[in-house]
Each structure stands twice: as structure tokens, then as C-alpha cells.
Write a protein that binds this ligand. Structure first.
Ligand SMILES: [Zn+2]
Length: 432
């Protein structure tokens, strides 16, 4: 009897999901194909109806110049001079680069004189030189559309493999590990860990893939422990987006463990340190030294405002950040700073690079941690959790995440091993 209920339950669950969101059960690739037509007639491009012109598509070759190209296409010299002089800020003819694509739209009559020159600065941005009537130049952008994608997987060997197996953009692996950097040790994932992720893909003119955008929502099950993550704007003034769980807890911690990735601690905080160089006298070391090659980025360990970015004596080039009324951090011996006094920085921002300025015998950053104006050992501090979402924002947050959580819950895994097992077992016992 119980087993039949189990079967019924599984069917009900999947039915309710199907009813709500029929598209979700479609294979992802199929879904994409229906949303993004690969072959779309492209008559109108760059704001012009290309049918009205004879179109010459080419790339800038070695030795090409804008002036030459225009003269070859029957543009008179005064017009070329006007562009090069009056529109230098919009279109600097000296900066056209070899290999960049361009279009020349020519009149369809027998003269075939160039009417419009379009230079593609990059995949999205382009510059138009309109040579008709009064000459003018302006910059514009191709239309970028976003297509929502869903992906899920069960980890067999590694997260990146599970992502690749699904044909998902590899950058999603990085994004996922950043979202969960505080809650999951990605070096210790287990076989059988599962993930679901909702993110957007960028397309230019509806057809050209231009990369994966940020993750909008995710679900990660590590060692059987589920963790939801929803992107939500925490501070609209600073346009800060954080990831919160289904109870509006922030997934971040206030402080990073270390200001450098992939480094080793070369000297710990030690108030009784003796240095032979100074005749074995006690020279307390109130910082934690992280050795890393010169030029390695130094990261702000928490959000805050830069109070000092300067060079002084033995400290060399350093940055000090005030995080709140209690905590400040300081980073010494930089080769260079990347921030200015008064600047607001976010946790993980690059504030400078490992160097050897000041008193130091090798490249490292001396990381100093201040609590209530006194230097303490950050490795022994009970560091605070990041603030949950402000209570005033929570009602709106829950409204926003409820349907997304349903969407995540309804997503299935590629093999969905659990449901299959229950079904086959139940069917087998039903036959007996
Ligand atoms: Zn030090």
C-alpha cells in the first residue's frame, strides 16, 4: 500500500510542476531552438535597410586607410576631410584596426558611390559614418537580447565536467563557485552532489551567442544539504546584488579568509616574535603575511571605504579600509594600489598587487586586522556573518523568490535517478 502511495506522490509532484510550467520539461536545447531562430532574415541591420544599398562587407587590411577606402568608393575629398577633422571624437580614422569588419553601403545606381560606412568596434558596438547630405558620424549598439536558460546536473567527477556534459557555458562553473564560495568548499565536492541553475545568455541581434550572464538563482545539494541562492539587489543606491537563501540570509560572510587567492602564510600574527636580525629581541608581528608572486592581485576582504591609500616608511605602498564601526583592515608592501582614498570597495575587489615596497625581504602582503582600534589575529577571530537582507526589503524579496523557487524545485536532473528507482521498484512489486 505504501509503495502505491509513493508512486502516486511522485506522479502528483511531477504533474503539478508540469501544469505550472510546461516548458520546463522540454530539453533545454529544444527550448533554445524555439526561442532563438538561427536563420533569421537580416534585412535591417545597423539601423539601415540593407536592401536599399549595394553592400560591401570586408575587414580592414594591412595598409588600409579610411581615406583611401572612401576615395576608392567615390567619396569626394572635402567630405573625407570633414569626417577626419570634425568627428575625430566619434570616429578617429587613425584608430581603425586591421582585422576589424566594416560595411560600405553604396547607392544602387550606376555610380555606386559610398553612402554609409559602418565600422564594427566590437561584437556589440559600431560606428556609423553617414556620407549623405551633411556628413555625420555616430556610435550605436547592436540589440542584445537575453534568453533565460536552466541547467541541472549530478556530479560524477567534477562540477566543471558536469557542466560541460550538459553543453553549458563553462563560465557558469566559475559563477556557481563564486555564489557558493562561503557555504561550499568546491575542492571537496562529493559524487552525487547536485545543482540546478537559472541564468541568462546574451545574444546579439537574436542570433549570435555572446556569453552567459550572471546567475539569477541556483540550488546546490552538497552532502545532502540543500542550499538555495537568489540574486537580489541589496542596496539600490550602490546597485549591489547579493545572493540570499530562501530565508533571506546572505550567502556571503563579512570577511574573506585571506586577501590573496592561492597563497601561503609565510608569517603569522605573533606578539612574541623574536628576530635574529634585531639581536633576538622581541619584535611583535601584528600582521599575517601571505607570500605570493609579485603582481598577484590583493583583494579587499570585506566591503568598506578606503581610508588610506598611500606610501609610508616600512609599510611601503599600502591600503587601509574601514568596514564598519568595529573593523578595519590594512594591506602592506603593495607594488601598486588600485584604489583611492574615499572609494567604496566590495569584498573581493582588487585593491592592489603584491610587491616589495617598504621593509620586506620577499614579495608578500602583510595583512593587518583591526577590531575597535586594536590589531588582532584574524585567524582567531569569530568573524561575523554577513547581514541578512534588510527587514524592510524582505516582503518584496519573498514575493520575488517564491515563483523562482518553485521553478527550481520543478527542474529535474538529466538522469533523475531517484524518481526512476522508485518507479521501477513500485512497478516491479505491483506485478507480483
Ligand atoms: Zn607582516
Amino acid at each position: 500500500m505504501n509503495k502505491y502511495w509513493g508512486l502516486l506522490f511522485v506522479i502528483l509532484v511531477s504533474l503539478s510542476c508540469k501544469d505550472d510550467k510546461p516548458v520546463l520539461k522540454e530539453p533545454v536545447v529544444k527550448q533554445m531552438a524555439s526561442i532563438v531562430p538561427i536563420e533569421k532574415p537580416v534585412m535591417k541591420q545597423f539601423g539601415f535597410n540593407l536592401d536599399e544599398f549595394t553592400v560591401q562587407l570586408d575587414t580592414v587590411k594591412n595598409g588600409d586607410s579610411f581615406g583611401e577606402l572612401m576615395l576608392q568608393n567615390k567619396v569626394d575629398y572635402p567630405k573625407i576631410a570633414k569626417i577626419t577633422q570634425e568627428f575625430k571624437d566619434t570616429f578617429d580614422v587613425r584608430k581603425i584596426r586591421v582585422g576589424k569588419p566594416y560595411l560600405i553601403l553604396k547607392s544602387k545606381d550606376t555610380t555606386e558611390a559610398a553612402q554609409v560606412f559602418i565600422y564594427e568596434n566590437d561584437a556589440i558596438n559600431y560606428t556609423v559614418v553617414d556620407l549623405r547630405d551633411t556628413v555625420k558620424a555616430y556610435k550605436d549598439k547592436k540589440e542584445v537580447t537575453y534568453v533565460e536558460r536552466e541547467a541541472s546536473g549530478v556530479i560524477e567527477t567534477s562540477l566543471s565536467q558536469a557542466i560541460l556534459d550538459q553543453g553549458i557555458d563553462y563560465t557558469v562553473t566559475n559563477s556557481l563557485s563564486e555564489v557558493y564560495a562561503w557555504t561550499i568548499d568546491f575542492f571537496r565536492l562529493q559524487k552525487g552532489d547536485k545543482f540546478k541553475v537559472i541564468y541568462k545568455e546574451k545574444y546579439i541581434n537574436d542570433s549570435i551567442y555572446a556569453g552567459a550572464g550572471a546567475i539569477e538563482a541556483a540550488y546546490f545539494e552538497h552532502n545532502g544539504r540543500p542550499i538555495y541562492a537568489f540574486a537580489y539587489e541589496n542596496d539600490s543606491l550602490k546597485s549591489i546584488v547579493d545572493y540570499f537563501d530562501e530565508e533571506a540570509n546572505n550567502l556571503r560572510r563579512t570577511f574573506l579568509r585571506a586577501p590573496v587567492q592561492f597563497s601561503r602564510i609565510s608569517s603569522r600574527y605573533n606578539l612574541k616574535r623574536r628576530i635574529r636580525y634585531y639581536g633576538n629581541k622581541i619584535r611583535p608581528h601584528k600582521g599575517t603575511d601571505y607570500a605570493a608572486p609579485k603582481g598577484t592581485p590583493i583583494l579587499a576582504t570585506a566591503d568598506g571605504t578606503v581610508t588610506e591609500s598611500t606610501r609610508r616608511g616600512g609599510n611601503g605602498k599600502y591600503v587601509k579600509i574601514r568596514h564598519n564601526g568595529t573593523y578595519s583592515t590594512q594591506y602592506l608592501h603593495m607594488s601598486n594600489q588600485n584604489v583611492k582614498r574615499g572609494q567604496f570597495v566590495r569584498q573581493g575587489d582588487v585593491i592592489g598587487w603584491i610587491g616589495m615596497t617598504g621593509n620586506t625581504s620577499g614579495p608578500h602582503v602583510c595583512y593587518r586586522f583591526w577590531r575597535n582600534g586594536r590589531q588582532v589575529d584574524p585567524l582567531k577571530e569569530e568573524l561575523p556573518l554577513a547581514e541578512p537582507l534588510d527587514e524592510s526589503l524582505q516582503p518584496e524579496y519573498f514575493n520575488y523568490v517564491t515563483p523562482i523557487k518553485d521553478q527550481l524545485d520543478c527542474m529535474t536532473y538529466p538522469e533523475s535517478p531517484i524518481e526512476e528507482e522508485i518507479l521501477t521498484e513500485d512497478l516491479a512489486s505491483a506485478e507480483k
